[in-house]
Design a binder for this molecule. Structure first.
Ligand code: R5P
Length: 302
């Protein structure tokens, strides 16, 4: 089956790597930004009756990246693509997966409906904040684990390791990870101030971490606050090393400096979101995700 892969502007390096591993050149596309910031997209290939994959990571500036994805989808649909597949290495808005307080919107649901409304037939994505989002989609979703790329590293230290879940919401993910490696699990109880974005009120460790290598497993790093606070606590409780393993590096502000200067010994992330050279730091290790996405794509084109 003939197919095309198109890249939005968010992570062209990753899309090129996906194309390279599939032995496929990326489809030609024109993405223009007008002076008033509106975006216009034009697909420069004949996609009629072909499968079309649109790769776009929905990180900061998330609304711009989302809009490009939707417009690329619409252009492919108007070109009469056979099947239209959104490949989202990072699914933005995923943390707004429930109504926390009266009067709030349900953003992850809105994004799911937008993706479906332009005609995407399927979604391939990596390490969602919460699997409940799968239920927001009518179309099938292939949900790839981002944490699996860290497994070979963890195997080397598993006898001394304890997996840490950084908050109650992340329990299922951490449990699965710990069980797959037969490693014990400890929990951090984190309370956030819902009136102040990114503000953590308190944290408490439940479980044994003394003299262990504590591996904090998370979906995304944004300010670094969750991990840095957790690392302080874990070191206080006697952990001999603290490693963060988080799939998406959506660094904002001074997250790079905060993480480098923290008690964390290593920070493992994947390249679902590109980390520019100037924001990389010695404790950061970036693991490639392309092969996992390629296996998702291959299942559809065989
Ligand atoms: C929270 O529920 C998420 O899973 C992450 O732990 C959180 O979003 C990370 O954000 P930050 O780095 O700003 O603490």
């Amino acid at each position: 089956m003939e197919y095309f892969i198109f890249s939005g502007n968010s992570n062209t390096v990753l899309t090129q790597e996906i194309g390279r591993q599939l032995g496929k050149e990326l489809g030609k596309v024109e993405i223009v930004r007008f002076a008033d910031s509106e975006c216009r997209v034009r697909i420069l290939e004949d996609v009629e009756d072909k499968d079309v994959f649109v790769v776009q990571s929905l990180f900061n500036p998330v609304d711009e990246h989302l809009m490009e994805l939707l417009l690329l989808g619409d252009a492919a649909k108007r070109g009469e693509a056979r099947r239209l597949i959104a490949v989202l290495p990072y699914h933005g808005y995923a943390r707004q997966d429930r109504v926390h307080r009266e009067g709030e919107c349900l953003s992850a649901h809105v994004v799911a409906k937008l993706i479906e409304s332009v005609g995407f037939d399927k979604l391939i994505t990596v390490e969602l904040h919460n699997e409940t989002i799968l239920g927001f989609f009518e179309i099938p979703v292939v949900h790839i684990s981002g944490l699996s790329v860290f497994l070979p590293q963890v195997e080397k230290i598993k006898n001394e390791a304890v997996v840490i879940t950084p908050d109650a919401g992340a329990l299922k993910r951490s449990q699965k990870f710990a069980e797959s490696l037969d490693i014990p699990l400890a929990l951090i109880e984190k309370k956030r101030d819902l009136d102040k974005p990114h503000k953590i009120i308190s944290m408490k460790v439940v479980g044994e971490v003394k003299d262990k290598i504590a591996i904090i497993v998370d979906d995304v790093i944004v300010t670094g606050g969750t991990l840095v606070n957790a690392a302080h606590l874990l070191k206080q409780k006697g952990a001999k090393q603290v490693i963060a393993a988080a799939t998406h590096a959506d660094f904002v502000g001074g997250a790079d400096k905060i993480l480098q200067d923290s008690p964390l010994d290593k920070i493992w992330v994947t390249d679902t979101i590109p980390v520019p050279e100037e924001r990389r730091f010695p404790k950061l290790q970036i693991f490639p995700i392309a092969a996992s996405l390629v296996s998702g794509v291959k299942k559809m084109i065989k």
